[in-house]
Write a protein that binds this ligand. Structure first.
Ligand code: ATP
Ligand code: MG
Length: 575
């Protein structure tokens, strides 16, 4: 490709709203352009990278035995009503009507559509296990589209769905996809983790892993162990006490003679910090009581003062649809006090109380007294707080012992979730009637798995890991062009001729080349080359008189000179 013919408008300045490096660089280098919030056009360079990414993903899906299909993006609402998701998916689902007033949705994901297809076309257990996949545009009206391609409202996803008659079949399909995802991440040269994740609303039998690319801009917190393989996201990571090792047992003895609970004034001390500094104690001496509204009912969650409540764990434990912090009125109604003074003793009797294990193992603590400007001390779990609903309701903390090996410590990283594999079980097949006859002639709902990769998000995540202050540094596997060929002075006859010859020869050898045939100053050309990020740059300048070409890898630091007649062989060896 000749650069004079390439639609690649570069910008000196990043757009003002672009916070993420990938967003800034992809726009500046002319790979993408916004059309609306969270909606992007791909220009030729951006689309070439996308094609490469798709190629790698297709190769690995095919190798894992999955078959490519293409389902509609325009989905009849009826299907979503059958699965029950039409009402619960919420405002992220883009809904529309056709000219006859029939309801449709733009597909944010395709469990319903694929289940309906398999329901109608597969009738016998002999046809499964079966995995189909597609690479398709998805629509989600995200509350906060941001970071360019990382969270769009229209984005490209590879989604795959597996169907099996028994758990062995499901496990094998899940494993094949899990392995394929690892191969894809490795081929892309990414630093990533495959982590245990929360099953969320899509839910099935609960087994799920997220593939998370490590990057500071990521919205997810990845927890991993310094010693063993354990990795989970923060929503899911178990506290050591929950796993039953480390701090699981009671430190003090409940038999100990603790004085009776005693109320005392704490004017204006609403937060744990205010209380701890006001009384000169450690936050861990306090029992923190948070009032939530869970599917409309009040629930109090007790965690140690230095811990944070994990709302997903609360939600899962109560099998709830919605967990949110209670408003001021609710807090006043159930505790009789303003926010900041709720506590376990004397709450309205209908309030369900969840006690985190680390609170249960405290010998005594200080808690809110359910009265303004008042706390209570000598609160003894077990004596003053019923321990019927003890569980793991908190986020783990950096540095605490690993729940699995107990040897290592937990460390945190920021990450971008680029892929997600789930075991769905029969959730969709049962709702939509996707059954087959088993070997005994009995009808069985199919067991399903679903497997997504955000292809456009992955593109941006790669840039997050592969860039410097000057621009993008594409890994060879997905670069839009392998070689950027740059004559210093296009007007110079010798340089131009040598460049044209090398351009033709490289292409004949099967190498993709971008030839900078612009009459620009060399400074401008090199700055653009850095911004574009092609992995190898060949510069033809005055030393072409001696038959020499400059060879510089975008990822490396130094440059070398090579003889022009060796260029093709060297490039073939390098790619
Ligand atoms: P998130 O928690 O980031 O919203 P999700 O759990 O909604 O992601 P899934 O429903 O599992 O995502 O979708 C599969 C994959 O699609 C994700 O792993 C991610 O890579 C990608 N994806 C999801 N939402 C978006 C989006 N708004 N923009 C780009 N990619 C997305
Ligand atoms: Mg989402």
């Amino acid at each position: 490709m000749r650069q004079t013919q390439l639609l690649s408008p570069t910008l000196r300045q990043a757009p003002a709203d672009a916070e993420a490096a990938s967003h800034q660089l992809l726009v500046r280098a002319g790979y993408i352009r916004p059309l609306a919030s969270g909606v992007y056009s791909y220009l030729p360079l951006g689309w070439r990278v996308m094609r490469q990414l798709e190629r790698i993903i297709r190769e690995e899906m095919d190798r894992a035995g999955a078959q490519e299909v293409h389902l509609p993006a325009l989905l009849p609402a009826e299907l979503w009503k059958q699965s029950g998701r039409y009402s619960v998916y919420g405002p992220e689902l883009i809904r529309l009507q056709d000219r006859h007033g029939r309801e449709f949705a733009l597909g944010p994901t395709h469990e319903e559509a694929v289940t309906a297809l398999i329901r109608d076309e597969v009738k016998s257990y002999k046809r499964v296990p079966l995995t189909v996949y597609q690479i398709q545009t998805k629509y989600r009206d995200e509350r906060r589209p941001r970071f360019g391609l990382l969270r769009g409202r229209e984005f490209l996803m590879k989604d795959a769905y597996s169907f099996a008659i028994d758990t062995d079949g499901l496990d094998a399909s899940y494993r094949a996809m899990f392995d394929a995802y690892h191969r894809i991440m490795r081929r892309l040269g990414l630093r990533y983790r495959a982590i245990e994740a929360d099953a969320g609303a899509i839910g099935g039998d609960g087994t799920t892993h997220e593939f998370t690319v490590l990057a500071d801009v990521g919205e997810d917190t990845v927890v991993s162990c310094t010693a063993c393989e354990y990795a989970a996201n923060l929503e899911r990571a178990e506290s050591g006490s929950a796993a039953g090792n480390g701090a699981g047992g009671r430190e003090g003895s409940r038999e100990g003679n603790y004085p009776a609970p005693e109320r005392f004034p704490t004017p204006g001390m609403r937060t744990i910090d205010e209380l701890a500094s006001g009384l000169g104690l450690k936050p861990s001496a306090v029992i923190k009581t948070l009032i939530y509204t869970v599917d409309g009912a009040p629930v109090a969650v007790l965690v140690r003062g230095d811990h944070e409540v994990n709302e997903i764990k609360v939600k899962n434990c109560l099998d709830a649809a919605a967990v949110e912090l209670a408003d001021e009125e609710t807090v006043a109604a159930v505790s009789g006090a303003p926010i900041g003074f709720a506590g376990p003793i004397g709450l309205r009797p209908d309030v369900r109380v969840l006690v985190d294990r680390d609170v249960a193992s405290m010998s005594e603590g200080i808690a809110g007294a359910n009265a303004e400007d008042t706390h209570v001390k000598h609160v003894v779990p077990g004596r003053d707080i019923p321990l019927e609903t003890v569980g793991d309701y908190r986020n783990v903390m950096e540095g605490e012992a690993c729940p699995h090996c107990g040897e290592g410590r937990l460390q945190f990283h920021r990450g971008i979730e680029v892929g997600h594999v789930f075991k769905l079980g029969t959730k969709y097949s049962a709702a939509l009637g996707a059954t087959v006859l088993d070997p005994n002639g009995r009808e069985q709902p199919l067991l399903m798995g679903c497997y997504g990769i955000g292809v456009s998000r992955l593109l941006a995540a790669i840039v997050e890991q592969h860039h410097d202050e000057r621009g993008i540094i594409w890994p060879r596997a997905i670069a839009p062009f392998q070689v950027h060929l740059i004559p210093v002075a296009w007007k110079d006859e010798a340089q131009r001729q040598a460049a044209e010859r090398l351009y033709a020869e490289l292409q004949q050898a099967g190498i993709s080349v971008l030839l900078d045939d612009r009459e620009e100053r060399i400074g401008v050309k090199l700055a653009d080359a850095d911004l574009f990020g092609m992995p190898l740059r060949l510069v033809i300048g005055r030393s072409i008189a001696e038959g020499m070409v400059e060879w510089k890898e975008r990822a490396g630091t130094g440059a070398e000179t090579v003889r022009i007649e060796h260029c093709i062989d060297n490039v073939l060896e390098w790619v």
